[in-house]
Structure formats: C-alpha cells, structure tokens
Design a protein around this ligand. Structure first.
Ligand code: AMP
Length: 193
C-alpha cells in the first residue's frame, strides 16, 4: 500500500504514520526526518537547508523531490510506504505522480488529518515539552514564532493538495481532533486496511 499523509504541522502526522507503518509493515518516509538527518550529518544538502528549516520555510521542490526519488530506489519500499510531510506543494505532487507513473504504480490514498488551527500551537508546544522531558533534542523549529510561519506555509502551499487529491478520488479526510487511538481507527476505516 502506498499512502500520502497530509496535515498541518502539529496535526499528528508523525504519531499516526508510526502506527500505520507498524500495523501494515510498510516503510515510513518522512521528508522532515530525512532533512533533519542531512542537517545533523552536515552534508552539502543539510548545510543548504538548515537555515530555511529553522525559519519554518519550505525547502525547494528540487531538493525534496530529489531526496524522495533517491529514497524510492531502496528495496525496503517494495511492500509499500507512507509519505509523511511529502508532497507539500502541487509541484511536488505532480513530480510524485510522474515518478509513480514511471514505475507503473499509483497511490492508494491521500489521508488528510483535519485539525482546528488554533489548537495546533498547543500541540507543538506539548511536543517540545515532551521531547525535553524525555531528554531528547528539541526540534529547532518547534517554537511559536517559527510555528506561525510553518502554518502559513501549510495553508498557502500545502492545503491546495487536498483539492488535488480529491480531484483524483483518493482523498480520505479524517477528524484529527480525536484522541490518537480514535484517529488511528478512523484512518484504518478510511483506507480499508
Ligand atoms: P516536518 O518534520 O514534516 O514538519 O518538516 C520540517 C521542515 O522540513 C519543514 O518545515 C520544511 O522546512 C522541511 N520540509 C519537510 N518536508 C518538506 C517538503 N516536502 N517540502 C519542503 N520542505 C519540507
């Protein structure tokens, strides 16, 4: 099964993606994680995107599409995958469709986690506090100032993907305001797996 997970920052994409991958035994492809790994390893890409990510802006389509194209060459995606945080622009979605078409494949569903914007900043702050309590590194972009920009980037550049996937008849919208277990159950119903 090949899935896309759409949702504003703080909507619970990471939590839900983790549940889906362990249940369906498919790969978790998070572009945010891949980019953070590039930053941590100080690779050429990482050095180029660090400041952009810290500002809460989107990394260029070329870079992200390149990273995903490379990731889709690996063998561990054969059983399927969930794309978490990609695509984030219509241009990325078109590039993904093209990459899939070249392989004779398609997406089974694009799952949208619907949440109310004013609750999101609380969720992000809770995530930062939890990371700190667990002794993990906090994300450099989990703060209220950057969050506002990330939300704006979502609303202007990523939200149009909801219509994009609706027009392709693969959009599954789920109420992301419920407790995590209920969201997971709703996703299961929506994708039928
Ligand atoms: P995330 O972990 O998905 O919230 O992503 C963290 C940050 O990585 C975003 O705010 C962007 O700066 C960058 N990023 C992740 N995925 C993408 C993408 N598909 N397109 C552009 N930038 C991305």
């Amino acid at each position: 099964m090949r899935l896309v997970l759409l949702g504003a920052p703080g909507s619970g994409k990471g939590t839900q993606a983790a549940q889906i991958v362990s249940r369906l035994n498919i790969a978790h492809l998070s572009t945010g994680e891949m980019l953070r790994a590039s930053v941590a390893s100080k690779s050429a890409v990482g050095c180029g995107v660090d400041a952009i990510m810290q500002r809460g802006e989107l990394v260029s389509d070329d870079i992200v599409v390149g990273i995903v194209a490379e990731r889709l060459q690996r063998d561990d995606i054969k059983a399927g995958y969930i794309l978490d945080g990609f695509p984030r622009t219509v241009a990325q979605a078109v590039a993904l469709d093209q990459a899939l078409a070249d392989r004779g494949e398609n997406l089974h569903a694009a799952v949208e986690l619907k949440v109310v914007a004013h609750d999101l900043v609380h969720r992000i702050m809770a995530r930062a506090a939890q990371a700190k309590a667990n002794g993990e590194n906090e994300r450099a972009d989990d703060n209220p100032e950057t969050f506002t920009l990330r939300l704006q980037a979502y609303e202007t550049q990523t939200a149009p993907l909801v219509d994009y996937y609706r027009s392709k008849n693969i959009l599954k919208s789920v109420d992301g305001m419920q407790p995590a277990g209920a969201v997971a159950a709703a996703i299961r119903d929506a994708i039928g797996a």
